[in-house]
Every structure is written in structure tokens, then in C-alpha cells.
Ligand binder design. Sequence first.
Ligand code: B12
Ligand code: SF4
Length: 625
Amino acid sequence: MFVQTAIETEDLHHNPALENATDAARYAPAAGGKLIVLTAPLTESIDHAGYFIQMALASLPQWLEFVLDKKYPKWREVEHNEDGSARYMPAGVRVLEKSLLREYVADEVVACFPDDLDKFIGPNTRVVAVSTHNPLGVTFAAGVYTSIFGSSKEPLNSIYSRAMFDKIKSSPYRKNFQVVVGGSGGWQITQTNTFEELGIDCVAEGRSESADTLALFRKAIAGEALPREISLAHPTSRDAILFPDKRTTFGVVEMTTGCGRRCQFCVPDLNPQIDMPKARIMDAVRANVRQGNKVISLATEDMFIWGQVHTDTPFFFPNREALVDLYTEIVNTPGVEHHLLSHCTIAPFVVDPGLIRQLSEVLLPKSPIHLPLLSTHPQKKALVPLIGLETGSVRMARQIMPSKGVPFSIDEWPSLVLEGLRVANQNNWFPMMTLMVGNPDETDQDVRETLDLVYEMERRGLFAFLVPSIFTPLHDTRMEHQRGVTHTRQLSPLQWQLMMKCWKHNLRPGQYSWWGPLAWRAGSLFMWLYRLRKLNGPNFTWPLMMFAGVAPERILQGLGKIHVGKPLVSKSRRELIASLRPNYLKHLRADNGDLPESSGYSAEGLPSQRQKHFVAGAGSLKVLP
Ligand code: B12
Ligand code: SF4
């Protein structure tokens, strides 16, 4: 269907902006451009070198771009289809594209990289829709590192996003189209009120499947004024979720929405808890592979709820058979060479270590991540899911994430983390765990307790990449109006120590040579002398000295400069299970052991478990009578 637009194309030829336009802009796209042009920042679209490069782009300031250039000289090289459109795009763009194709013909909609916008924006263009994850870098674990490293507070991702918006804003056809921004980072525009500066007409919050989205685009195409902000409804059923049949960045395919653990600071948890049908996940996997993707990653807040949403069993008791079946089929799909994990939670590692063991067997061979000093896998492969640790303080955990550890009580949080990590490490899972520093109401004692947990991990030889970030109140969350630390200069000595201790801990798997850590530490001392001491203030000094290893930590503690975590006594898995509500015991797998003797459950499992079958291939779970 070609849509008749309210603004006539002739207007454009009188556009004074064209008189001063660059050559590229003066030569309008041959067919007058596309009606709807979709794009995303380059730094969010690249499908290169795995997740970590994008996470670095979200965290490093511009002056450190040379580090990435050196390590990944080709990171900016993207692949195109024959017509110049993008061969891959973030999953958000692809779902929006699929949604629009319900109403518009393929020739009216294009998804392209920012550098190619001039090829597609023309006199016929009525909407430029941008999908973004983190356009201004004001989210957690992003702004913080750029402010530690100084000069510009903006991470690279923000620099590239701004360049994209400038390009759209300066298009000679700008008067004829409206700019709509959506995706999980749209709120950053609203919160910083950068509509004018970035040339944005409307920020749309929510899902593109919704009828509201189609109505919004109709309005934009008709040239009607758009609201500054609009909410788009989230589908409430799995069948209403759309799956792209085009290639996505990193082969991202949605696995679940929502979570259910109700952490106060969490955005995705506000969405309905939905697990996607297996058949549709597999279609999207195969579509990615057909179009040249060798990597697949299932996007989720907690992979362990899949297969257990709205069943008779609470979602926090993972459905082992369903999960193993799904992942087995994905990694065995011809063409899938690698698989990357996204997010999960720690409690399932304690609930069902057998599941972790089985998943390791399936997933490790296809993991692109190698950790030679940590992994016991013959090829030194490792699995690195993202898990929220957030705090080691039970007081703080009760306040901000009371259900994070269900079925266990949040009072057991430190034990749960230590025990979960033990199971994870044993199976070659070395998670990336996020910590929140500077929560509203956080006391020195809370930070000390988090340090105690980090030191205890070290004492037990456990490993996770620890990624501390400064508390960021995200829009619409239950903590939206709370304020914590907003600047690195406001961090207390203990909060700085926690940040630097985490990074010191993270150096462990990188210690391939005697000189590596030495060079890193000498470099950090140099940076401190050169610029960081002025930038981050006096509270940063001793934590940095600790990080650089100028003296043993015990000595720094003796001088009263740092807190060396005290040993923790934690509960074993058996003890944790003994602390569960009796009615939860029936959901535990007896083959993991550790069930209370008084429960009378045998190693064959419980009657209820033996009756539960996963109907493979049907994409649904059935409890047979
Ligand atoms: C996979 C993933 C990643 C991957 C890949 C990202 C990529 N470029 O493809 C990696 C690991 C690289 C990554 C990195 C980061 N991520 Co991330 N990531 C995710 C995850 C798990 C899935 C994203 C996804 O593809 N979802 C599926 C698609 C379909 O959903 P969607 O993008 O939201 O799109 C829907 C709607 O938003 C809407 N929509 C999207 N675009 C548009 C556009 C318009 C115009 C309209 C109308 C609608 C619309 O329609 C779509 C569906 O209908 C989400 C959590 C989640 N479940 O969403 C976190 C999440 C988006 N990430 C988050 C964060 C913080 C980051 C990092 C900053 C972390 C860090 N410090 O390194 C970086 C930033 C990277 C960067 N380049 O700047 C946060 C975002 C918080 C925020 N902005 O408020 C989330 C929500 C995780 C969380 N629990 O908080 N991430
Ligand atoms: S466990 Fe993670 S995804 Fe779930 S509510 Fe908490 S922060 Fe959100």
C-alpha cells in the first residue's frame, strides 16, 4: 500500500535548505527516498566481537576510543544488503520493522545504518524512526566509567548517537518528516529534555507490536503534530509478540519479557511476564542463520523462567527439561556456531545445580568465550551470563530487592550468592555480576558488608566479573523519584574502595603474564597523577592506591585507609534448602541431593516431577495427569 501523504513532495524542491546542501544531500535518493526510514546508533548496531565491545562503547569516553580501535580495528565496518540497507540491526528495530510491514509494503520501509541515511531519506520520507538502547549514556554502568576516566562525561555510545541525530536534523528534507524515538533508552531523551537539541518530535515508550504504534506512524505520515511523549501498550499474551524474520545484531531473539522478582529499581520487570513459544523462537533463530548470522543470543531478564511462566509450578523453580530441550535445539541448529547468554538470576543455581550441569554440557561447546586461567573445559570455554548482585548488605537488599532470591528469603542473600557462584564456577559459568553503589539511604555499613562479600568470594577462590555502577533512578521504576549519589566526586572512600576492589578482582583472569597486571597498575597510578586525582577528589586516592597495589591491603587497613572484608560464615546448599517453606520442597529435584531427610523424598524425584513432561517441539508445556 502506498500512503498518500499530506505534505506534497513538490514543497521540497523549494526547500531553501537544499541550496546550501552538501553534494550527498543535493542528490536525492533515486526513487525519492523511503516513506519510513528506521535506524539505530552505529555503536548499538554493530555485530562485531561479541557483546563486550558494545558494553565498552557504552562505558568508555571518547578519548579512549583508540583502545577499541587498536583491539578491534574493524569494529566500524558493517555489512549491507544489495540495496544499501543494513544486513543486521538491533532486535528492537527488526520488531518495529515487522510491525510496520503489517500496514506498509516492503518498498516503503527500510532499516539502515546511520552513515547510509542520505541514501534513503528523500522527498518521500515522512518518518525517521530511531531505536535506541542507551542514547545519552545516562544509565547505570555507563556514565560512571566515563566520569571516572574524565574529560568528557559522555560515553562513546552517546557521541555516536548524537552524531546520528545531527545527521537526521541537518537533512535537507527535515521539514517533511517527523523523528520518532523508541526503544529501552528513549526515556533518556525525555528525562534530559533534549528534544530540541537532538531534533526529536516524539519519544515512544513501549512495544511496537501495539496498535498505538501503527496509529502513531499513520499520524506522522499524515503530517499531523505528534505528542512529545506517548506510551505504547505491551502485549499481554505470547501470541501477540512479533518475531523478526530478518537478521538481528548478535542474533538477538526474544526469549521472555518481564521477570517477576519485583526489584524496586528494575524497568523490564514492569512488563508482563511472558515466555515465548519455542516454535517461534526457532523460526527467528533459523531466519538469522539463513541471513548469515553465526551467533544466537536469547534476550531475557532471567533465562530460567522460560518454560515455567503461568504453569502450576512457581516460576522460580526452573523447568529443567524445557530449558535443556530449547538450548539443545538452538545450538544444534545447522549454522549456529556460537551462542551467547544474556541475563539470569543466581537463585536457580542453588535450586537446581543439575540443570546448570546439563546446560553446561549443551552450551559450553558453542560459547565463543575462553577464560584459560579459570575454565576447566578442555578448550577453556566459559559461559558468562549477566546477573544482578547489587549489594552484599541484607538490610539494603531487603529494601530494594526483597524477592530477588526467591524461593529463598532475602535474609540469605550473601549465602545464596556464594553458594550460587560455587555451583556456577564448578560448571564453568563465570557470570558478569552488577553491583549498585550509592543507593539512596546506603550507609557505610552497607558498603562494608558488600566489601565483605567480595573479599569472601576471593577467599573462596570464586570468580565473577564484578561491574559496579552508580545508582541511577530509572524512569517508571518503583525508585524513580529517589536520589542516590549522582557524581563520582560524591562517592565516599568506602564506595570508591568497592568500585576499585571490584576492578582489582576482575584483573584475575587477565593475568596471563607477569607484566600485564603490573603495566595496568602502573598505568592507573600514572593516570591518577596526571588527571584522576583532580577529577575524582581526595576520596579516590587510597582506593586507587589499593588498586595499584602500592602496599599490601593489610597495611593500608592498618593505616585506616581501607576496609579489608571480614570472613563470612555462610549457609551450605543443604542449610539453605532447610530454610525453605515446607510447601516449596515438592518443587526441588531430588537428584541434586540435600533434601531434608524428614521430607521422605527419594532420588527418583517426587511424584509431581515424574508426571511432568515437556512436549518437545510443541512449544508448550503440559502437565500430564
Ligand atoms: C540484548 C541486550 C543487550 C546486548 C545487545 C544489545 C543490542 N544492541 O542489540 C548487549 C549485551 C550488547 C547490551 C548492552 C547494553 N545494555 Co542491554 N539489554 C539487552 C536486553 C537483554 C535485550 C534487548 C533486546 O534486544 N530486546 C528485544 C527487543 C525486541 O526489545 P526492545 O529493543 O526494547 O524493542 C521493543 C520496544 O522497545 C519497541 N521499540 C524499539 N525501538 C523502537 C523504536 C520506535 C520508534 C518505536 C515506536 C518502538 C521501538 O519495540 C520493540 C518490541 O516491540 C535488554 C533487556 C530487555 N529485555 O529488553 C537489556 C537492556 C536494554 N540493556 C540495558 C543496558 C543498561 C545496557 C548497557 C548500557 C549495559 C552496559 N553498561 O554495558 C549496554 C549498552 C550498549 C550500547 N551499545 O550502548 C538496559 C537498558 C536500561 C535503560 N536504557 O534504561 C536493559 C533494559 C537491561 C536492564 N535490565 O536494565 N544489551
Ligand atoms: S531479578 Fe533482575 S530482571 Fe528480575 S526484577 Fe530483579 S533486577 Fe529486574
